[in-house]
Design a protein around this ligand. Structure first.
Ligand SMILES: [Zn+2]
Length: 154
């Protein structure tokens, strides 16, 4: 869990090159206490944003381009929920310059809802699955996008 005191704090969780792409959701109120992660889509479509924090890390934002087709029945790389139709799609983010990296995940990043539904059905706690989800998001950010999750160099 982490807290964002203002829109500026939310925006600061993104890399400088991503900040111009970010459209803040109008329905968020600050201070914002985030459990696990917060995700939202650009009102005009085509982009999805996520802000998360790994244990010991600082809040980290990723701006994704979601105009990458998809619609193939596949499994989300982050929550491991299988989906038919358009539930899972390729989200792409900038690494450096023109280099980009993509991940096949729930196109609206509703992974948390899916894990909660699965946990409710089975009666198990959602926490272990949620911790793995955050770890996978963190791994993508640090391995594929080269973002330092400790906040160094931002
Ligand atoms: Zn998912």
């Amino acid at each position: 869990m982490f807290k964002l005191d203002s829109q500026t704090a939310l925006l600061d969780s993104f890399r400088p090159k991503d900040r111009t792409l970010v459209e803040l959701p109008s329905d968020l109120t600050f201070p914002l206490v985030v459990k696990d992660y917060v995700a939202w889509t650009h009102p005009a479509g085509g982009r999805v944003f996520v802000v998360f924090a790994t244990p010991g890390g600082v809040p980290t934002g990723i701006a994704f381009d979601s105009n990458n087709g998809g619609g193939m029945p596949s499994m989300c790389s982050w929550c491991h929920t299988s989906s038919v139709g358009t539930g899972v799609g390729l989200l792409v983010a900038t690494v450096n310059g023109k280099r980009r990296a993509g991940v096949l995940v729930c196109s609206d990043l509703s992974c948390r809802d899916k894990l909660e539904e699965a946990a409710n059905r089975s009666g198990a706690s959602v926490r272990p699955a949620m911790e793995k989800l955050i770890a996978r998001i963190g791994q993508f950010a640090s391995d594929a996008l080269k973002i330092d999750l400790s906040g160094a160099g931002r």
